[in-house]
Write a protein that binds this ligand. Structure first.
Ligand code: PMP
Length: 284
């Protein structure tokens, strides 16, 4: 089955139509979430939904359904498509109106679209580690909003990927911010460091799961910005996201990180994360 959710209805994907004057299409004037499904159950769905409504508030966008109702629609879609290991992509835009920069009048209703996709856990990369390229963070100053405007992220990812890298790790001046589609972490002397959740990064849900796991297992976790030089001299580096989970980075540009293999702290977190996936009680 390939059903999608569009403005209140679950329909076959071929029958889902978006107006060419949708503000998401014309301006990227919208927000989104990617929610993980493991074994048919959603993972940290509540946290993703809360972040969606927070992003909406930050850009004065009204989501046309209450959170509980939208969650129920998504669960129905997952069931209908019989997703096992995959994702739900959810997008809300400011709706359809004649092209103008300022917001449309209050009677224009936001467009809501969701679809599912199979997405296996990238086990091999998680076991072997991946490489990354360092690039200047050229994005805007509200990276805390999960907005559809991703051009800065796309340009970075493309440049890194075209050279065979898994991810671009971004820095503003000397300070490391995050990955182009992930949060970035380094380990030094047993302490995990990551950029604080300011306007310069997206406060990842995976990042928050990791923070919780560290707290519960007395692993030292510091929300403290670090420099490019410190990143390159770290004992371990990893990135984290909904689709990449805890992903070891073993080489950045020409610099091998640690001994060039996923390190013990990263591996421990991977194990704890897998455990959390198994024990998290499903929403449905
Ligand atoms: N930062 C950016 C820029 C991202 O695009 C993502 C993934 N969407 C993340 C961080 C990680 O967020 P999450 O763990 O919620 O997937």
């Amino acid at each position: 089955m390939n059903s999608v959710f569009i403005n209140g209805e679950v329909v076959d994907r071929a029958n889902a139509k978006i107006d060419i004057e949708d503000r998401g299409y014309q301006f990227g004037d919208g927000i989104y979430e990617v929610i993980r499904v493991y074994g048919g159950n959603t993972f940290t769905m509540k946290e993703h939904m809360v972040r969606l409504y927070q992003s909406a508030e930050k850009m004065k966008l009204e989501i046309p359904y209450p959170e509980e109702e939208l969650t129920a629609h998504l669960l129905k879609l997952i069931d209908s498509n019989q997703v096992k290991d995959g994702i739900v992509y959810l997008q809300v835009t400011r709706g359809v109106s004649a092209r103008q920069h300022h917001f449309p009048s209050g009677d224009v209703i936001g467009s809501v679209v969701a679809y599912t996709k199979d997405f296996p856990v990238p086990s091999q990369q998680m076991e072997l580690g991946v490489t990354a390229k360092l690039l200047e963070d050229i994005r805007w100053l509200r990276c805390d909003i999960k907005s559809l405007n991703l051009l800065g992220n796309l340009l970075a990812k493309e440049e890194a990927a075209s050279e065979g890298h898994f991810e671009a790790i971004l820095h503003r001046g000397d300070t490391v911010t995050e990955g182009s589609s992930s949060n970035a972490f380094m380990v030094k002397d047993g302490v995990i460091y990551t950029h604080p959740a300011t306007n310069l990064i997206l406060n990842g849900i995976t990042r928050r799961v990791i923070e919780g796991l560290c707290r519960e297992n007395t692993i030292s976790f510091q929300e403290e910005a670090f420099l490019v030089r410190e990143l390159l001299e770290a004992d371990e580096v990893f990135i984290a996201s909904t689709t990449s989970e805890v992903m070891p980075v073993i080489k950045i540009d020409e610099q091998t990180i640690g001994d060039g293999k996923p390190g013990p702290v990263t591996k421990r977190l991977q194990a704890l994360f897998s455990e959390r996936k198994r024990e998290q009680s499903p929403v449905k």
